[in-house]
Design a protein around this ligand. Structure first.
Ligand code: NAI
Ligand code: HIS
Ligand code: ZN
Length: 436
């Protein structure tokens, strides 16, 4: 079931197929479904949300039930154990500490002739967070999305997540939302939730930026509403790529591959190793650990379609293949991970050494777990406080500075056939404003 490949050309073509799995023909027809959902919600608002929730989530709700009430939020604290609450609080603290480290700061620079230039950072007014809820509950994703928004200074943090049986939401998700500073929660999921956040409905406010991971419908919907709103990145079905040498433990590697595969039948789990014996042992371990896995069917599907073991001659070649794939998560399970790091160019999050399984980053190390997938790590970055901020350029010229560039501006304006541009400078240098 987990295939071993030793031939380089085949390895490259398989990696390409797996990387492109959210763009292949099976998925492209979902683009049309998603477009239809977005348009219907845009036209019909809450009515469409309720109809899609009935169709896809099998829950019958009224418009009044879309928003989670204060009493439900209070009750959630009674439904989580003390251990879980303190784990949520530990994760919150560590995620907040990490995201506070590098909040972009506004700056100005004073140059010659009283020229002042700079950047002024401001948060968006409203952020919309998607928290997945189809196959698993994701309190950790609530923290990973809401905390950076709060640290960035966003005033209105709107969360959406699909309803479970009877419309209920997972209590840990509701507790995490309160701990992280979410201001309002709506029970709606999938592409319809993304449409609600992008266009607004009678109940759900339109936001400025939508963040958060989700399945392929959510990912396609975020891609389609980009431009109407900002988005973080295309964070779709999860991926891990592990580079291992003979010092790695096959039991650990198998556990890490399955930890990714269990997210979604479209999740990807890839091992590239320099040790042929290790490759065989990992394949057997995966089989053993899957035998009594509670999510065996979906996990097996992911392993069968998007699982792979590649045996290569050198770690340099392993790094090259990894860069071509640009994985969401990359584990360096080798004797000298810091040396190998030098060769890594494209990856969402990089886990170094034998004691750093991806799960520690998924939950509480501090860096964000909402990461670009399907090759998007070639150009995109993890979700961060910057995702919820934008900057304005700051420019201030004195009269002297303006006259020193007047002829250059006029030459450029003339070349572009835009005389009023040139005149707007000339008129000021010919007739400066009186000193006030
Ligand atoms: N890249 C990242 O940073 C992360 C990614 N993930 C990924 O998030 C995803 C979560 O997926 P799910 O558990 O499915 O939850 P989800 O909340 O993303 O999707 C469930 C929703 O999909 C919609 N849907 C289901 N079948 C549909 C159909 N046939 N047509 C139209 N809409 C349909 C429904 O509206 C449902 O509410 C996984 O792929 C996981 O790997 C999770 C955490 C982090
Ligand atoms: N591994 C997920 C994150 C996660 C949340 N909960 C468990 N894991 C990802 O794609 O980033
Ligand atoms: Zn995970």
């Amino acid at each position: 079931m987990l295939r071993i490949i030793t031939e380089l050309a085949e390895a490259r073509s398989e990696l390409r197929r797996i990387c492109d799995r959210t763009h292949d023909e099976q998925v492209t027809h979902k683009e049309a479904t998603v477009r239809q959902i977005l348009q219907t919600v845009k036209r019909q608002g809450d009515r469409a949300l309720l109809a899609y929730t009935e169709e896809f989530d099998k829950q019958i709700l009224t418009a009044e039930q879309l928003r989670v009430t204060g009493s439900e939020l209070d009750a959630a604290y009674q439904q989580v154990s003390k251990e879980l609450l303190s784990a949520i609080q530990l994760a919150s603290r560590q995620i907040e500490e990490f995201h506070r480290l590098r909040v972009p700061k506004s700056w100005v620079q004073f140059g010659d002739r009283d020229v002042v230039l700079g950047k002024r950072y401001t948060p968006v007014d409203r952020a919309g967070l998607y928290v997945p809820g189809g196959r698993a509950a994701y309190p950790s994703t609530v923290l990973m999305n809401a905390i950076p928004a709060k640290v960035a200074g966003v005033e209105r943090i709107v969360m959406v997540t699909p309803p479970g049986p009877g419309g209920a939401l997972n209590p840990a998700v509701l507790v995490a939302a309160q701990e992280a500073g979410v201001t309002e929660i709506y029970r709606v999921g999938g592409a319809q939730a993304i449409a609600a956040l992008a266009y607004g409905t009678e109940t759900i406010p339109k936001v400025d930026v939508i963040t958060g991971p989700g399945n392929v419908y959510v990912m396609l919907a975020k891609g389609q509403v980009y431009g109407t709103v900002g988005i973080d990145s295309l964070a779709g079905p999860s991926e891990v790529l592990v580079i291992a040498d003979r010092t790695a433990d096959p039991t650990h590697l198998a556990a890490d591959l399955l930890a990714q595969a269990e997210h979604d039948p479209m999740a990807a789990a890839i091992l590239i190793t320099t040790d042929g014996d290790l490759a065989g042992k990992v394949v057997n371990e995966v089989k053993d650990q899957l035998a009594d896995h509670p999510r065996r069917i979906d996990t097996e599907k992911a392993i069968a379609h998007f699982g792979l073991v590649i045996v290569v001659e050198t770690l340099e070649l392993a790094a090259e293949l990894s860069n071509e794939f640009a994985p969401e998560h990359l584990e360096l399970e080798v004797a000298e991970p810091w040396d190998l790091l030098e060769r890594i160019k494209h990856a969402g999050a990089i886990f170094l050494g034998h004691s750093t399984p991806e799960a520690v980053g998924d939950y509480l190390a501090g860096p964000n777990h909402t990461l670009p997938t399907s090759g998007a790590a070639r150009y995109a970055s993890p979700l961060s406080t910057e995702t919820f901020m934008k900057h304005s350029s700051i420019i201030s010229y004195s009269a002297g500075a303006l006259s020193s560039v007047s002829s250059a501006v006029q030459a450029l304006a003339e070349a572009e056939g835009l005389p009023s541009h040139g005149y707007s400078v000339k008129v000021r240098t010919d007739r400066p404003s009186p000193e006030r």
